[in-house]
Design a protein around this ligand. Structure first.
Ligand code: F6P
Length: 550
């Protein structure tokens, strides 16, 4: 049987049958029938407490999901990834983000070459550079120390660094400014630098390929801004460093490769925040905190590769995602961190999950006949509660939620009436999971004296699944373990779906068409257009609005 035949597997069919049976059982019944469920359907590892008891699964569903993972050889595929096999088959590359956080004494071979010493060489160079910038030893062109760091990149060369900087802001140098520029919209660059002194500003140009339109456009704008402000091309050497796998392209841009921090083609862009792409993070929080973050990643890697499926956090998270997406037909996952410092975490996860698993063909190129990657989205709690939670509670779509919270806040603020504001925050997190799971029946609403006409409006069906992830405190280590949890859960799902979670061909067509369109938008004479009628009309309309035809 070809691996494409996922839905013909006996394990899949058994899951389908079991789901039909379980669909009739409300979470209220599952909890009532098993008073210990809330302490039984949990797992804990690497400082994360993972409560999946409010997911619509039972022991049989979990057993069948694990059997499905075995049928798809999850263990073998995991070993292949850690071994450095070229599991990114459409790009013929190994997938070794786990090597980025491997300890110095580890050995991981790619084509017979141990990559761990290379990783640590770069980490050591990054640390030396970060220390020099942080201490003021690295001077700008006019002799001033660096006080502003502007990281320019997009996608995986931006979202991780932004997310990590925001998440670890409490550990960061508060006397330095960190800004991130990604969008080709010039507004992004202009707003990022408008109040900065070029003499004190370091640009980190992050691009795996160093050919990405947005990044190179912004890098050229930054270079022009810097050279104009400081009056010399020679300033570039003191104010620009590059992070890339493409030394020749970096040189072409005019950055000395002595000021380049490398990584490797076996690191996918969306899996690169712990490579040199994290240089801004390291300058912000310092090398020791950065290494703590790597230790958190590594601890989750080890947990993932060595723990039996039934207590393995990424496996549980991945398989529950399969259950929700393929058997409960949930098209989306809401990620809801009750931690303001994680405000960019959902945006980061969008690329990680959707660029990885938004695929419609199997590794062999056959069209799938099952749903793959769901839509990830989210906002920090409690803000979302006053916005889109209405739909999650009472809408017609099933939206499984991941709630994320911490036992201790980094910013205690006494609350009026006692306790800390953090207690209010976490009370809300816990209450939301409870409300989603158990709802409020019409009888309960009626018993409160609600007028009959309002009873349907004020009732909550419940039975809406969620997972709650709790950790002690948002430390660099905790952040690393949390990100690795999601990384590996994405991998687990990709293995089940038999897709290449590490390529991203779907971003190419738009890029290619934009190259033609830009020429048409900016042509000085009316271009001959050969698109469809809508595209042609939009191009003409833009040219008019821009004044090109005036
Ligand atoms: O367009 C998508 C993408 O290729 C992402 O996968 C990647 O993270 C991003 O662009 C940036 O690419 P680069 O780091 O090569 O500039």
């Amino acid at each position: 049987m070809s691996r494409a035949d996922l839905t013909l597997l006996p394990e899949w069919q058994a899951l389908q049958q079991h789901c039909n049976h379980l669909a009739t059982r409300h979470l209220r019944e599952l909890f009532a029938a098993d008073p210990g469920r809330g302490e039984r359907l949990v797992a804990a590892a690497v400082g994360l407490y993972f409560d999946y008891s409010k997911q619509r699964v039972d022991d049989e569903a979990l057993r069948l999901l694990r059997a499905l993972a075995e049928a798809r050889d999850l263990e073998g595929r995991t070993a292949a990834m850690f071994r450095g096999d070229r599991i990114n088959s459409t790009e013929n590359r190994a997938v070794l983000h786990v090597a980025l956080r491997a300890p110095r004494d580890a050995h991981i071979l790619v084509d017979g070459h141990d990559v761990v010493p290379d990783v640590h060489d770069v980490l050591d160079r990054m640390a030396a550079f970060a220390d020099a910038v942080r201490s003021g030893a690295w001077k700008g062109y006019t002799g001033k120390p660096i006080r502003n760091v502007v990281s320019i990149g997009i996608g995986g060369s931006d979202l991780g660094p932004v997310m990590a900087y925001e998440a670890l802001r409490d550990y960061s140098r508060r006397d330095m400014a960190f800004r991130f520029v990604s969008n080709v919209d010039g507004v992004d660059f202009v707003e990022a630098v408008r109040d900065l002194d070029a003499a004190e500003t370091l640009f980190i140009i992050c691009s795996k390929t160093f050919t990405t339109l947005e990044t190179l456009t912004n890098a050229h704008a930054a270079r022009a801004w810097c050279v104009e402000a400081l009056g010399s091309e020679d300033a570039v050497a003191k104010h620009f460093v590059a992070v890339s796998t493409a030394a020749a392209e970096v040189e072409k841009f005019g950055i000395d490769t002595a000021n380049m921090f490398g990584f490797w083609d076996w690191v996918g862009g969306r899996y690169s925040m712990d490579s040199a792409i994290g240089l801004s993070t390291m300058i912000a929080v310092g090398p020791d905190n950065f290494r703590d973050m790597l230790a958190g990643f590594h601890a989750m890697d080890e947990h993932f590769r060595s723990t039996p499926f039934d207590t393995n956090l990424p496996v549980l998270m991945g398989l529950i995602g399969i259950w929700n997406a393929n058997f409960l037909d949930a098209a989306t996952v809401a990620v809801l961190p009750y931690e303001q410092y994680l405000k960019r975490f959902p945006a980061y996860l969008q690329q990680l999950t959707m660029e990885s698993n938004g695929k419609h063909v199997t590794l062999e190129g056959a069209h799938v006949d099952y749903a793959t990657g769901p839509i990830y989205w989210g906002e920090p709690g409690t803000n979302g509660q006053h916005s889109f939670y209405q739909l999650i509670h009472q809408g017609t779509r099933l939206v499984p939620c991941d709630f994320i919270g911490f036992g201790q806040t980094l910013q205690p603020v006494p609350a009026q009436g006692g306790g800390d504001q953090h207690d209010l925050l976490i009370a809300n997190l816990i209450a939301q999971g409870e409300a989603l799971a158990f709802g409020k029946s019409a009888e309960e609403v009626r018993a409160e004296g609600t007028p009959e006409a309002l009873v349907p409006h004020r009732s909550f069906e419940g039975n809406r699944p969620s997972t709650t992830i709790l950790a002690e405190r948002l430390t660099p280590f905790a952040l690393g373990s949390l990100v690795a949890l999601y990384e590996h859960s994405v991998f687990v799902q990709g293995v089940i779906w038999d897709i290449d979670s590490f390529d991203q061909w779907g971003v190419e067509l738009g890029k290619q068409l934009a190259r033609t369109t830009i020429a048409e938008l900016t042509a000085t004479t009316e271009p001959k257009l050969a698109h469809d009628s809508s595209t042609n009309a939009l191009i003409r309309r833009y040219r008019q609005l821009r004044g090109n035809n005036a």
